[in-house]
Write a protein that binds this ligand. Sequence first.
Ligand code: SF4
Length: 267
Amino acid sequence: MINPTPIIIRASSLSGLFDCPARWAAVHLEGRRMPSNGKATLGRAVHASTAVFDQSTIDGAGITIEEAASAAVDAIHKPDEDVLWEDDSPHDAEKIAVSLHKKYCTVIAPTQKYTAVEVKCERLDITDLSIALTGTTDRVRETDDGFSICDLKTGKAAVGSDGSVKTQGHAYQMGVYELLAEQASGVPITGAAQIIGMNTAKTDAGQRVGTGEILDARSVLVGDSESTGVLEMAAKLVHSGDFYGNPKSMLCHKSYCPVFQICKFRK
Ligand code: SF4
């Protein structure tokens, strides 16, 4: 029996919910926060500058690649939250962010026909599951198969040495972004979801960019006669109150988990 009071789930937090429910509850229900880190700040920087460039292309505002790059520099040197840089440095992050920004603008952006940038959906209620989804979809683009969403992902292994982008494991998050984009933009999302990967390596050769696609990402969200859909699984978990811990999570670390010092599941 699902509690009637809806619980809000951010699209970007869904994989974290399944990875370690105890950490998810600490952050999203109890409001415990960690300072940001160098990797997340670098990712936000590239998101910020590429968004400026793509929005300018849609608007015909004529902002150059170099001008848009200043949004990445600002995001690194004037972050709007505390950042623990540890082994990373703002100097290195700036160099990588600006380089990736330029590659994105020259290699990826010219191949796209974007119709919207950073499409924010305040709330999408799934009333029968008593959850509400929220989040921002990076891009909506027009393709031969209709409108589709794009998600920018930065990381050390976002793009393989063969240029391929790993899409495995991203379907349900992309599916949620499709629902949110449809709600916020009012256009039907029918094309394959696209992941735009950008490698945050220090060398130019290692800073690969590429794309990968997921067809019918939403199919994993809803169940069928043989299996439960991901949204129902998430709803049952958040309404159960059984937020068990996963000490084998990759993010089970003092830098990433706000209850690391007090968590009973690490014993
Ligand atoms: S310390 Fe580890 S197991 Fe405990 S909540 Fe954090 S990530 Fe999960």
